[in-house]
Design a binder for this molecule. Structure first.
Ligand SMILES: [Zn+2]
Length: 129
């Protein structure tokens, strides 16, 4: 994303400035639920904060350089939340991500699964719809 600053609109689409939206989560605050975590992960992809993606994934064997390359070559245009199923220790978020990579439309819908571990929500896996 070009010329992004803390005063820019948050990439998650909340309508708030980044510094008042996903920035505190990227700096270490715990997401209060899986939906908030999902949005902050989308924002992290948009600004190439891959450390945050890894930190909030259950799978720690992610390829950081591969994720970085993906986030850099793609333009994360829009996030739409279609469904949120909350739970005590497991939750699901269905969303549509509008993403263009090298000017090709790579938009997709996914139902993501999250679990709460040591009081922190983590991304587990997702199912393409
Ligand atoms: Zn945000």
């Amino acid at each position: 994303m070009k010329r992004f600053s803390v005063n820019s609109a948050c990439p998650c689409g909340s309508g708030k400035k980044y510094k008042k939206c996903c920035a505190p989560l990227h700096k270490g605050a715990f997401a209060k639920n899986a939906l908030e975590l999902m949005k902050s992960r989308y924002s992290a992809y948009a600004i190439s904060d891959i450390k945050y993606i890894i930190k909030t994934s259950l799978d720690k064997n992610l390829d950081e350089s591969e994720l970085k390359e993906f986030s850099k070559k793609c333009d994360f245009q829009k996030l739409e939340i279609l469904e949120f199923i909350d739970g005590e220790s497991e939750a699901f978020v269905t969303f549509k991500a509008s993403i263009f990579c090298d000017n090709i439309d790579n938009s997709f819908c996914e139902k993501s699964r999250f679990i709460k571990k040591d009081n922190r929500w983590l991304y587990v896996d997702g199912e393409f719809l």
